[in-house]
Design a protein around this ligand. Structure first.
Ligand SMILES: C[S@@+](CC[C@H](N)C(=O)[O-])C[C@H]1O[C@@H](n2cnc3c(N)ncnc32)[C@H](O)[C@@H]1O
Length: 406
């Protein structure tokens, strides 16, 4: 069921803002995180309770969109529809609605009965489009129901201590001084912060003591088995979450070339790298295949953290289930195989390569690796091991495969 937040009185201006945001997300196809961010930035007078309320309202409404509109009887088109949809959501969360015209006709008993009636229909109960339910069943079989149900839980807040500057134990002490409670986890760099809150304003963040990185994502860099002094290429580095982790594991010794097709993301990585006191990362924007060919046979370790559907990250990005379309999925799978084919020669003989995604679909994961291994480019590689993490194990869904170039 949807997350319950503190019982509070509803304020019209906040409900109006939520409706405005939801229309942007669903009618104008804008990204939920950007809409929330922009709205919070442009309303600095809202207090922290209001901000939490707004973010929770918008994310819950996106997460449970289908369940709510099936109970309502149709997809929301108008502002009035959205108020009713939000009313349904709050009733299901156990909130008593104020006596406002916008909520007229919402009967809590009927609404809860309808929710009960839908509880056996997974695509409605877990709030996903029909096509995704069919695909999930085809690809994951019996694992699908638990996987997609868990994907509706809010994401945990996990930090990665930058071991170049601090340890998880020290970081916990440091956070505690600022009133933030953290806990050690079984992962060597991870700190769990049970209460969701904004941490990027803390001096320890500014000074590069930690990054915010999901626990499953923190498993990828160690999977590549890097050692200090190695030549590493991170070929889909983006804003560099894993490049930074690799650099810390290498104790900032050796070299990492971080590539991406998007220059703006690499600029972010440069800033983060400076904050983390990392000097071994150089960034390079991929212009064409020559950028890749120039690196053939140069890397001891190669990370291919490829673009994917993101279906493992619905806890933090619930809007993906509404934005993702079957034809985009086909396109992205073609890109994944192309990256495997064209970038794998960067790994030198005797070197190792990790192929990773934040998807739960075997067609983006195990099947891509098998297709690669059976292709001419893959004959030089052998699979050492692979790991699939599903969202019902607690954190994001992730897949990683370690291959060796013979
Ligand atoms: C899953 S994200 C990477 C996340 C990143 N490794 C991290 O840990 O923060 C995939 C990245 O691949 C990039 N990308 C898309 N097509 C690419 C291509 N053909 N070659 C290299 N990178 C590509 C995207 O811009 C995106 O930044």
């Amino acid at each position: 069921m949807a997350q319950k937040y503190e019982k509070l009185r509803l304020y019209r201006n906040l409900v109006e803002a939520s409706v405005k945001a939801l229309k942007k997300i669903f009618s104008e196809n804008q990204l939920a995180d950007r809409v929330v961010q922009t709205m919070l930035r442009s309303n600095r007078k809202w207090g922290s309770k209001d901000r939490r309320f707004l973010a929770a309202t918008i994310y819950d409404a996106v997460r449970w969109y289908r369940l709510h509109y099936e109970i309502y009887g149709k997809e929301p088109q108008t502002t009035e529809d959205w108020w009713q949809i939000l009313g349904i959501m709050w009733i299901l969360q156990g909130l008593e609605l104020p006596d406002w015209d916008a909520f007229v006709g919402l009967n809590p008993i009927e609404i809860k009965q309808k929710e009960q009636d839908f509880s056996q229909i997974l695509k409605i109960q877990a709030s996903i489009p029909d096509w995704l339910d069919e695909l999930g069943r085809q690809e994951l079989g019996e694992q699908w129901a638990a996987c997609i149900r868990a994907s509706n839980e809010p994401a945990a807040l996990v930090l990665r201590a930058n071991q170049l500057k601090t340890s998880p134990e020290e970081l916990i002490i440091n956070l505690d001084k600022k009133g933030v409670k953290g806990q050690l986890m079984s992962l060597p760099d991870a700190v769990l912060v049970p209460k969701r809150q904004k941490l990027t304003q803390l001096p320890s963040y500014e000074r590069g003591y930690f990054e915010i990185q999901d626990a499953s994502s923190q498993e990828v860099a160690p999977f590549l088995e890097v050692k200090k002094g190695m030549a590493v290429v991170d070929a889909c580095a983006g804003a560099g979450g894993k490049s930074l982790h690799l650099a810390a594991l290498m104790e900032n010794k050796g070299s990492i070339i971080s590539l991406d097709v998007e220059k703006a993301k690499l600029e972010q990585l440069q800033k983060r790298s400076k904050r983390a006191a990392i000097s071994i990362i150089t960034t390079q924007t991929i212009q064409n295949n020559q950028t890749i060919q120039a690196l053939h046979n140069t890397a001891d370790r190669l990370l291919l953290d490829v673009p994917c559907s993101g279906l493992g990250t619905l806890k933090r990005s619930p809007h993906i289930k509404w934005r993702l379309k079957p034809d985009f999925l086909e396109q992205i799978k073609a890109t994944q195989q192309q990256i495997l084919q064209e970038y794998s020669p960067i790994c030198q003989s005797g070197g190792k390569m990790v192929y990773a995604t934040c998807s739960v679909l075997p067609s983006e994961n195990q099947e891509q690796v098998q297709t690669f291994l059976k292709s001419p480019a893959g004959t030089n590689f052998r699979l050492i091991r692979e790991k699939q993490i599903l969202p019902n194990e607690g954190f994001d869904g992730f897949y990683m495969a370690l291959l060796e170039r013979i």
